[in-house]
Write a protein that binds this ligand. Structure first.
Ligand code: PMT
Length: 218
């Protein structure tokens, strides 16, 4: 039983991958399993917070005490997350959201021909950047998933999206990122970098919750 240190606080957590339909059969997505985001939602709820988990499709059970809102596309995640943020004290943006979506979704299955097929994509809305612009004094935690120039990219996201801190994970680190039960992250903020060792996602979630508590009590 955890200490109820976040009683009366409300958080939005996004988790998992979005799904962008090409036609009724096919879609564009990514490798996020939802494990990292679900661990964060569960940890915040265990500390007494009211948590809305806006989640892409996953194979995971809903963490105890968490209100779950299932979505598919980046557009649906945008609507659910912005609505829930209206009455929240903070948000943790852990979802891997598609940056591009097919310009149109065919209403019938696309038939194959002999040649190449081109699918035009348009930009999706940046959910984190939108919450950042509405943030006020609330807490906003972002993630950055990088493959190169990790810190520079994380710092650019920190500033542009108005995050209090960024949880940086790199696909160059073994045991970090998608699908597994561990992650290796660095907290990146205006006050510097805080690298953590390889930890269970459950433990990374606890460290993130500790940092959120510090920010809220400041
Ligand atoms: O789900 P798992 O299998 O456990 O894997 C965990 C994870 C690797 C998905 C997670 O640790 C992680 O890094 N999540 C963020 C992945 C990502 O999309 O990062 P990004 O660098 O592209 O995005 C930067 C930030 O903006 C993120 O907080 C992201 O949620 C947010 N974003 C991005 C695009 C968009 N349209 N809307 C957003 O809110």
């Amino acid at each position: 039983e955890k200490k109820k240190t976040l009683c009366g606080k409300r958080f939005v957590v996004t988790a998992g991958a979005t799904i962008e339909a090409i036609d009724p059969v096919r879609y564009i997505s990514n490798h996020s399993s939802g494990k990292m985001g679900y661990a964060i939602a569960g940890e915040l709820a265990a500390r007494g917070a009211e948590v809305t988990l806006v989640t892409g499709r996953t194979a995971l059970p809903t963490p105890a005490g968490v209100t779950r809102c299932d979505v598919l596309s980046a557009e649906e995640m945008y609507r659910a997350a912005t609505a829930a943020f209206d009455r929240a004290d903070g948000a943790v943006m852990c979802a891997a959201v598609a940056d591009y979506t097919p310009e149109t979704c065919a209403d019938r299955k696309l038939k194959k021909g002999d040649g190449e097929l081109t699918i035009r994509l348009r930009r999706t809305k940046d959910i984190a950047a939108e919450l950042g612009s509405r943030k006020g004094g609330r807490v906003l935690v972002g993630f950055a998933l990088e493959t190169d120039d990790e810190e520079a990219h994380a710092r650019e996201k920190l500033r542009r999206k108005h995050f209090d801190f960024v949880v940086l994970n790199s696909l160059r680190d073994a045991g970090a990122g998608f699908r597994g039960d561990t992650n290796k992250v660095t907290f990146v903020s205006e006050s510097g970098n805080e690298p953590l060792p390889l930890l269970a996602k459950r433990e990374v979630a606890a460290r993130i919750a500790d940092k959120i508590e510090t920010l809220i009590n400041e």
